[in-house]
Design a protein around this ligand. Structure first.
Ligand SMILES: [Zn+2]
Length: 297
């Protein structure tokens, strides 16, 4: 059994797993990230779980690890040559790809966590069978990845799909990017807490509706721009707000997508839950092998 070693670099948690060619997670392990870890301490944590999974691939599952795939919180540069995740202060311009090559001796491919999720949801989740869709996360931040005509979009620097900075409220709240009224500045967890004075885990009906409406508004712009039939939304804020959020988002989408091709576009919850990041990282590994022309059969 050929395996992709999947690595998920989150802001508070690292996970590693083994993903086979059908997208099944064969094994997995996770570890919490301590607050004040330096660069080498952080890498030591990754090295430990990756080495453990590679060992289990051969010794426990009788499999063959062929590649390492990484999905990482951003900002990152292309192929995780250098990563600087916002919540991991110990890593600034950390050369993750090379370090994982040195550790494992395997080819290493990486991408942003939201793009990884898009691959995962298209492969095994809510977007299965769709050629064109956006997958997005509404959580501490707001990010996304777009699949168009069967291809995950990269853009000039690999950052295509950053729906968090589509403007949904003219003259709205100031965003970290310098603009006003970006979706992330209005609908992320920290934004909701700043607006309401309550954590997003204790939402009012109004804020659940408003957040859904704003997400629907941003999605409508993308649907109209790119001719997408589907938006898949995950992340703690969206999934925590549940049906109220999704109904408001769908209503807004229906209202703003009047062109014939865009009519009927749907916005639905992500399906893979906490398996999404690892399935996505595994997919990035397999995709990298295919692109590099390396046989995986
Ligand atoms: Zn912004």
């Amino acid at each position: 059994m050929n395996l992709s070693v999947a690595v998920d670099i989150g802001g508070t948690k690292f996970a590693a797993g083994l993903v086979d060619k059908s997208g099944r997670i064969v094994d997995r392990v996770a570890t919490r990230v301590p607050n004040r870890a330096n660069a080498e301490e952080l890498f030591e944590l990754v090295a430990e779980i990756v080495s453990q999974q590679i060992d289990r691939a051969t010794n426990h599952h009788g499999g063959q690890p062929l590649v390492v795939g990484v999905g990482s919180a951003g900002p990152i540069t292309r192929n995780v040559e250098s990563i600087s995740p916002l919540n991991l202060l110990g890593w600034r311009d950390f050369p993750l790809r090379q370090r994982l090559v040195d550790l494992t001796g395997l080819p290493v491919f990486g991408d942003g966590d939201a793009k990884a999720l898009a691959l995962a949801e298209g492969w095994r989740g809510a977007a299965k069978g769709y050629n064109s869709f956006i997958a997005m996360v509404v959580s501490t931040g707001v990010g996304g990845g777009i699949v168009l005509n069967g291809r995950l979009l990269d853009g000039e620097t690999g950052n295509a799909g950053h729906i968090g900075h589509v403007i949904v409220e003219p003259d709205g709240r100031r965003c970290d990017c310098g603009a006003r009224g970006c979706l992330e500045a209005e609908a992320s967890g920290p934004a909701i807490e700043a607006i309401t004075g309550r954590p997003p885990t204790q939402p009012t009906y109004e804020i659940m509706q408003r957040t859904g409406r704003l997400v629907g508004r941003a999605v409508a712009s993308v649907v109209n721009l790119l001719d997408l039939p589907l938006a898949v939304v995950g992340g703690g804020v969206a999934l925590g707000f549940g049906a109220t959020f999704f109904q408001a988002a769908q209503d807004e989408l229906d209202e703003l997508c009047g062109l014939q091709f865009a009519r009927g576009a749907r916005i639905v919850p992500a399906k893979l839950g906490d398996a999404g990041p690892l399935v996505g990282a595994g997919a990035i590994g397999w995709r990298g092998m295919r692109r590099a022309g390396i046989s995986i059969d």
